[in-house]
Every structure is written in structure tokens, then in C-alpha cells.
Unconditional design. Structure first.
Length: 288
């Protein structure tokens, strides 16, 4: 999976997202475009678009949705500090891949909503219906979902929706069925300890589970590396230790399930995660 999957495109001309603290809003109001260019270096966690991510093997997408202040089109946008592409365009791009590859399955995790009223949720639900239609798998028990089941039913999309709206719509899986514990640290060692503890504590059945192999910069980190950005200052330096942790994991109920990262093309992240699946075919009892 990819963390902040949509952030390959962040619009520097857009206003600051509504979830940003007042200090950031003030910083941008004083320094304008220069501030936004610096912000982008720290907010963009991916460089590949949806089609490229899918082609490389990404199947889980971390999606955060926002309305835009004073937007004449009243559109919904992906957002992470600044606004990204229109949601409709992103969903259609993913659907084009699924139509070409009828045995591929994706997880769409709508886990943050900003400035969304009931009417906006209704609009997003309708957008999902219009785009994916019968490709969406209705919410059932997680341990009942196998590729064989999805292929037989011709389902290709599981939509997770972290809002009470999910209980009203059959094809929305409740957010609690896709927990994603967040370490919120810049320290690689603390991150690995957190990841390991989270796997130990995860429920054995009933939900999917995300291990976020992601370091989160503090304000002081950003100030020190303000011109270089997230990738150079944090992700590339921490990559060897994070990949060593991934390589030593086991897939299955008592191990990892979905693993997400920033800049998923770095190193051999995608191929390493995919390889973990093969341990399930090597005589292990764990086949969920």
C-alpha cells in the first residue's frame, strides 16, 4: 500500500487545507507561493500517479477527502495540507486499470474527511456507485474474503469508509475494519518497536490491518531540512532499517497484513512485500 496515495499531485496554487493549524495558515499568508513550494516538499509522500502505482503492484490506497473553500464547482478533492486532484478523476483512473485487469482487486481506504457535510458524503457515495458499480464488494466478515470469492463474484473494489455514513450503505466497509496504528515518530528504532508491538496486539480475526512503515517529521525536522524535503531528509536515510524489518515479517493472521510506505518506488519495497505472500504457500497453516 501507499501512504497518502494521492499526494503525487499537490496543487501549489490551491488554498491551504482546512485541517492545517493556524501557524501554517499564517505562514502561507505571509510568504505565499514560496511557503507552498516548501510545504509541497514535505507534504508529497508519493511521486507515482495511481496508474503507475497500480502497475508497480500497489493495491491499497490511503485516501483523504476535502471540500475546498469558495470552490465554485463544489467539487471534492484529495487533500494533505494542500489540495490535490479531484476525487472523481482519481477514482476513474483506478477504474480504468481495473477494467483492463479484471482479476485485480484494490482496497480504497477513505480515512480522513475535511469540511464534509452530509450532502458531500452523499455526493461521494454516488460517485463511487457511478464509477465502480457492481465491482464493489459489500461489507462482510473480513475472514470470508478470499481472492477466489472475489473472482467468483466479479468484485474488484473494497471501500473502507471512516465515518458513521458507512453503516447506511451496503458497499461501505466500516473504518474499524481497517485499523492503521500510527507511530508518529521520526526515530526509526521507535517506529520498528511500535510496528512489532502493534502486530502482537492486533486482533486475530474480523478486520484487516495496516502496518505503516512511515516516519512523521516534527516541526524541528522540517525547519532543519526545509529546502530538501521529506524524501531526502527522512525516508531515504531510514530506508535500509525499515526494509530490513519488512523482510523479516511473516504474512497471515498472526503477522502482517497490509504494509504502507512513503515513496513506494524506493528500494525493493513493493517486491519485498509481494514476496511475503509466498510464505503462505510453503506449508504454513495460516491461509487467510
Amino acid at each position: 500500500g501507499s501512504h497518502d496515495s494521492f499526494s503525487f499531485y499537490i496543487d501549489e496554487a490551491s488554498p491551504v487545507g482546512p485541517e492545517q493549524p493556524e501557524t501554517v495558515q499564517n505562514f502561507v499568508s505571509v510568504f505565499g507561493t514560496v511557503a507552498k513550494k516548501l510545504m509541497r516538499k514535505w507534504l508529497a509522500t508519493q511521486t507515482m500517479n495511481f496508474t503507475s502505482q497500480l502497475g508497480a503492484g500497489i493495491r491499497y490506497f490511503d485516501l483523504r477527502i476535502s471540500t475546498k473553500p469558495r470552490d465554485p464547482d463544489n467539487e471534492l478533492y484529495f487533500a494533505h495540507g494542500l489540495f490535490s486532484a479531484k476525487v472523481k478523476e482519481g477514482l476513474e483512473e483506478i477504474n480504468a486499470f481495473l477494467t483492463e485487469h479484471p482479476k485485480e482487486v484494490v482496497f480504497l481506504d477513505f480515512n480522513h474527511f475535511y469540511g464534509m457535510q452530509k450532502c458531500h458524503h452523499e455526493k461521494l457515495v454516488q460517485m463511487l456507485k457511478d464509477t465502480y458499480g457492481n465491482k464493489m464488494c459489500p461489507a462482510i466478515f473480513a475472514h470470508e474474503v478470499s481472492l477466489q470469492y472475489l473472482w467468483e463474484k466479479e468484485y474488484q473494489v473494497l471501500v473502507f469508509y471512516h465515518s458513521p455514513v458507512a453503516v447506511e450503505v451496503a458497499f461501505l466497509w466500516p473504518g474499524q475494519m481497517m485499523p492503521a496504528p500510527w507511530a508518529n515518530t521520526t526515530d526509526t528504532e521507535k517506529l520498528i518497536q511500535f510496528l512489532q508491538a502493534s502486530i502482537t496486539e492486533r486482533r486475530k480475526k474480523g478486520s484487516f490491518f495496516i502496518s505503516q512503515v512511515v516516519l512523521t517529521p516534527k516541526a524541528s525536522t522540517v525547519v532543519k531540512g526545509v529546502a530538501s524535503g521529506l524524501r531526502e531528509t527522512i525516508t531515504e536515510r531510514a530506508l535500509p532499517a525499515m526494509m530490513e524489518w519488512v523482510r523479516t515479517q511473516k504474512a497471515g493472521e498472526s503477522g502482517v497484513n497490509i504494509i504502507t510506505a512513503d515513496f513506494v518506488e524506493l528500494g525493493d519495497f513493493i517486491s519485498t512485500v509481494i514476496k511475503l505472500n509466498y510464505s503462505l504457500d510453503e506449508g504454513e497453516d495460516d491461509t487467510t
